[in-house]
Design a protein around this ligand. Structure first.
Ligand code: PMV
Length: 333
């Protein structure tokens, strides 16, 4: 009744911003069906390891991190996710959950994707649930949308779908298909203030969300072509335009959401300058101020060196494409 899983965070090349189903007011109850399909790459250096044990000994669910922290903010969402697992296994047993991130919490890296992917895979294994890979991604999606993309290997597509059963993620290419790098530049260590769940509820207040959706099928087609032909320039151009597009929607919502800070902007300018000087590197940004620099392995050292010469950074985390979530043998307790 005990199992442990390791799951990577992922960086979206085509982003998920906005749900298709009306928000019910409680995060865990929503189906988290996205407005559009999305594409991402799993990150080798930003992982969560989680041990789950179900037992009659436990009177209630507990969730803690290995640094001794009781995750008060997360407990409702995690309990709801454990309920989904319990329902499938027809059990009432409570669980102990212990979780550990490979990256410092202060890095401000969103951990909901790796967190819910690890919880899903460890929980399903602990309860001996016979779930297909597809089913695991569907289950992870109910915990946190982007978590479904952290289950399959390497480069991953989350198919939008029109129902819970048809909104799942699958691998487009394994992790060793293309030796890209994601040089994550942490410019601010604090946690973001507005959650993505909250922020997405207001997506329809932006005058641009409809336009974004209309352009999406073409953008996804071009992204798939860039991946299939390993055309780095095409890939980078879509990644960057897509990040700016999503943030333009965020910034024009009511109330507006500004996840960028001054350092984010400084990095964007630096990337444009480096590119003008001949260095092929492109940026993307999720729901926070930190900047992901996407480059090919041959340019990794140059990019890292250039970043270190800037005054803005707190920390640099270099990621390769990685495997998806999987069971591991060493338990955390
Ligand atoms: O699944 P969530 O609630 O963590 O939302 C993720 C949203 C973005 O990171 C901004 C985009 C994405 O597709 O990962």
């Amino acid at each position: 009744m005990k199992a442990t899983a390791l799951a990577p965070a992922n960086i979206a090349f085509i982003k998920y911003w906005g749900k298709a189903d009306p928000p019910t007011g409680e995060a865990g109850d929503a189906l988290r069906l996205p407005l559009n399909s999305s594409i991402s790459m799993n990150l080798s250096a930003c992982t969560t390891t989680t041990t789950v044990e179900f037992s009659d000994r436990y009177k209630e669910d507990s969730i803690e991190s290995t640094d001794g922290e009781f995750l008060q903010k997360e407990v409702n969402r995690v309990t709801k996710h454990l309920d989904r697992l319990r329902e499938r296994a027809q059990t009432n047993q409570r669980a102990k959950v212990l979780t550990k991130n490979s990256f410092p919490k202060s890095a401000g890296v969103a951990s909901s994707a790796s967190g819910f992917a690890a919880l899903t895979v460890a929980g399903a294994k602990a309860l001996d649930l016979a779930l297909s890979d597809n089913d695991l991604t569907i289950l992870a999606r109910l915990g946190s949308g982007s978590a479904c993309r952290s289950i399959p290997d390497g480069f991953v597509m989350w198919h939008r779908g029109k129902s819970s059963q048809t909104s799942y993620a699958y691998s487009l290419y394994p992790y060793d298909y293309w030796d890209l790098r994601d040089v994550l530049v942490v410019v601010e260590a604090s946690n973001k203030k507005i959650s993505t769940t909250e922020g997405m509820e207001k997506v329809r207040t932006s005058p641009f969300w409809n336009r974004r959706l209309r352009d999406m099928p073409d953008k996804i087609k071009t992204m798939k072509k860039a991946l299939a032909t390993k055309n780095f320039r095409l890939l980078g151009e879509i990644i960057e335009a897509e990040a700016v597009n999503m943030h333009a929607v965020m910034m024009t919502q009511r109330p507006p959401l500004f996840y960028w800070n001054g350092a984010t902007m400084e990095l964007i300018r630096a990337v444009q300058l480096w590119r003008a000087e001949g260095l092929p590197v492109y940026f993307t940004i999720d729901a926070g101020p930190n900047v992901h620099l996407i480059c090919e392995v041959k340019d990794e050292d140059t990019v890292v060196q250039k970043v270190k010469n800037l005054s803005v950074l707190e920390q640099v985390i270099v990621n390769q494409p990685s495997r998806g979530a999987h069971v591991v043998q060493n338990h955390l307790f």
